[in-house]
Ligand binder design. Structure first.
Ligand SMILES: [Zn+2]
Length: 677
């Protein structure tokens, strides 16, 4: 539970009372009550007001807000306000300002623009967090802590370079090891003194390519990402440790951003008491894309419930086209979040500001100030429904038998790679395999490559290019014990420093997959080939399209299930299966069309009876959360037409409290939450 004093779903969001006069704040609180808001996050960006100068702090204005909220039974997610250091602080201590990728020292401006290795930043941010904790530790409505905001601040300054060298010394012990790890004999890069290490930026090894950041030395670039992710985590941890000493029983979080590349969230997750994240789907994003990110965030802490810290009640301001949400869209997104394991629904923002870049970003209370807007009414309705759910879904969990391997370091390596194809990116490969499970209502967890796989039947690892120590053994152990493993092209090539493992690709997986790869052909996306399925294999069509990459495979024990349909490698295997111990390992040596992946997943899932609790219906998303011995089903009809659902058992509709059995109609764009009885 987020906080056992408040056993209900948290509903609210970011509030910036520092931007408003007293009368408006009073009106806001009235509107919060009217829309069933029970928590606000504040003050996210108020360091400059809380600390007007080096020796002066001012909490009086915040005390007033706290008192008003307490009188109205509204809880507080207390933000430490450390995402933007004051202008005076940046001026007095310019080393606090980061140096960007092009090597330019920034001036004060924007947000989350501080060097993560600045001692002054760390000292002042911990001091502010400590003062906030001491001042508000006894406050009855303090529900949780929110440190910083959307950390993303890589820096390339001289101070970071020195700290990077310390980090490298700690990791590699000797320059010989470092030179070896980075393969520094290439292009005459051998280092003879630690001080010769440069940060990988546009001034040294890297440049902004057409679609991505490119590098000459992947080993250096990956290590710098690791170092930056660790450095930023240390900023968070400084505040975390200070607060924890003062309020040991209040949970602490910071808001993640889903598939956000710069930070290794699996590593960070160990240091958060509860995962929270900000969900901002783009125009036209399919529901499965959003569900995948919820599942990834839920998986960071082994499936424990997470928080939705931010979503927009309506349009955003930072997308190319800031589309307003259609009627019912916000409600659907909110319950989709709950359906994937969240115990809160929170917004950015509560009231729309009058100036600066977010003034056209939606809020529950718009510029009109009216309680009669479409969005205010929809928010109020969602709040009403969450109140009806009370604690029915709180702390409920998932039971997934499918895991997808997800790894930030692998993501960096795949996309830093020079070749084989500019079209190869990591997340779309994850999304396409995930979607096939999603369409069959099969719950999916995400695990890190070295994570525990023992509770799963199926493990899927698209483009698992980097194989770190113990990972191959972890996966082989899973298959030997009866698991089914699926992997693809560009898997199993390199170690943790992006150095190729010799002996034919995929070195560590050759015995597991019963094959080795001699060459990879990369062609423009408009060219394609086909996978011709071997005769008498049930559940597949005879032929599927494929594109992008084409492995030329030599078999060493695997069975051919499909071959190429054209080019000089026509008839060579592209889709294989190998028996390994008690399990099976499937290999797909090309970028197969979605129908192929759908049919493969359906076939394998049916071996384990994974898709049996409701028959899949196009556009209807169904998940199950488990609370004690109760199964709670979330049924989300994304279609623009109603659908009828056949029920196998009896259920209580948690919105109407009515008993339902046999069948039920789900209206267009509507949601049902059914508890099995
Ligand atoms: Zn720096």
């Amino acid at each position: 539970m987020i906080n056992s004093k408040f056993p209900y779903i948290f509903y609210g969001g970011d509030y910036n009372p520092e931007q408003w006069q007293k009368e408006i704040i009073d009106e806001d609180i009235r509107l919060f009550k009217l829309s069933n808001i029970n928590i606000v996050t504040l003050p996210v960006f108020s360091w400059a007001l809380l600390q007007p100068s080096e020796d002066n702090y001012d909490f009086d204005w915040l005390d007033d807000i706290f008192d008003k909220l307490k009188k109205n039974d509204i809880n507080i997610c207390l933000a430490t306000s450390t995402a933007v250091q004051p202008a005076w602080m940046s001026k007095k201590y310019p080393e606090m300002l980061p140096v960007d990728f092009e090597g330019r020292r920034r001036h004060f401006g924007g947000r989350v623009k501080f060097c993560p290795n600045s001692e002054k930043y760390r000292e002042f941010s911990v001091r502010l967090a400590t003062k906030l904790a001491k001042r508000y530790k006894e406050y009855e409505n303090l529900a949780l802590w929110h440190i910083g905001n959307e950390y993303d601040n890589y820096c390339y300054c001289e101070n970071c370079r020195k700290k990077f060298i310390e980090w490298l010394k700690n990791k590699y012990s000797s320059l010989e090891n470092l030179n070896n790890a980075w393969n520094n004999r290439f292009w005459g890069h051998t280092l003879y003194s630690w001080d010769e290490v440069t940060v990988p930026s546009a001034l040294s090894e890297m440049w902004n390519g057409q679609n991505k950041i490119c590098t000459n030395f992947q080993g250096i670039a990956i290590d710098y990402n690791r170092f930056m992710s660790d450095s930023i985590l240390e900023c968070y941890l400084g505040e975390y440790e200070a607060i924890k000493k003062i309020t040991p029983n209040i949970k602490i979080t910071t808001n993640f951003m889903g598939t956000f590349k710069p930070l290794d969230y699996f590593k960070w997750a160990d240091y958060l008491d509860i995962i929270s994240w900000d969900n901002y789907p783009c125009y036209g994003d399919e529901p499965s894309k959003v569900s995948m990110r919820h599942d990834l965030m839920r998986s960071l802490k082994n499936g424990k419930p997470f928080m939705l810290m931010e979503q927009s009640p309506n349009q955003q301001n930072w997308q190319p086209y800031n589309t307003i949400k259609r009627p019912g869209e916000l409600r659907m997104q909110s319950f989709q979040t709950l359906a994937h394991g969240a115990d809160s629904i929170m917004y950015f923002q509560m009231r729309q500001s009058v100036g600066a870049c977010e003034k056209y970003h939606a809020a529950i209370i718009s510029h009109s100030g009216s309680e009669n807007t479409r969005i205010f009414k929809e928010c109020s309705q969602i709040g009403e429904e969450l109140k009806m759910l009370n604690d029915c879904t709180i702390d409920s969990i998932f039971d997934s038998k499918v895991a997808m391997i997800f790894d930030w370091e692998n993501w960096w390596a795949v996309e830093f790679s020079s070749g084989p194809s500019v079209d190869l990116t990591y997340i779309p490969q994850i999304e396409k395999y995930y979607k096939s499970f999603y369409k069959n209502n099969i719950p999916v967890d995400f695990v890190k490559p070295e994570g525990d796989l023992s509770r799963y039947d199926i493990v899927v690892a698209p483009v698992l290019y980097m194989i770190k120590e113990n990972v191959a053994d972890n996966i082989k152990n899973f298959v030997e014990n009866g698991g089914t493993f699926i992997t693809t092209f560009f898997s199993g090539y390199v170690d943790e420093n992006d150095k190729v493992k010799l002996g034919g690709y995929p070195a560590d997986f050759k015995d597991l997959l019963g094959l080795w790869i001699e060459e990879i052909d990369a062609l423009p996306m408009e060219k394609n080939n086909s996978i011709e399925i071997a005769p008498f294999i049930p559940g597949f069509k005879s032929s599927y399209k494929c594109d992008m990459l084409y492995d030329i495979i030599n078999l060493e024990g695997a069975e051919t299930l499909g071959v190429y349909g054209s080019d000089f490698y026509k008839g060579r295997p592209v889709f294989t299966c190998n028996n390994f111990g008690k399990g099976k390992a499937y290999y797909i040596g090309t970028n197969a069309e979605n129908n192929f992946i759908d049919d493969l997943i359906k076939k394998i899932a049916s071996n384990y009876s994974l898709n049996s609790y409701f028959n899949p219906i196009d556009g209807v998303e169904i998940t199950k959360r488990i609370k004690g011995n109760k199964n709670i089903y979330f049924i989300l009809n994304h279609n623009t037409f109603e659908t009828s659902l056949t029920l196998k058992n009896s259920y209580i509709n948690l919105f109407t409290k009515e008993k339902v059995e046999n069948s039920i109609i789900v209206s267009e764009k509507d949601i049902l939450i059914l508890e099995e009885i």
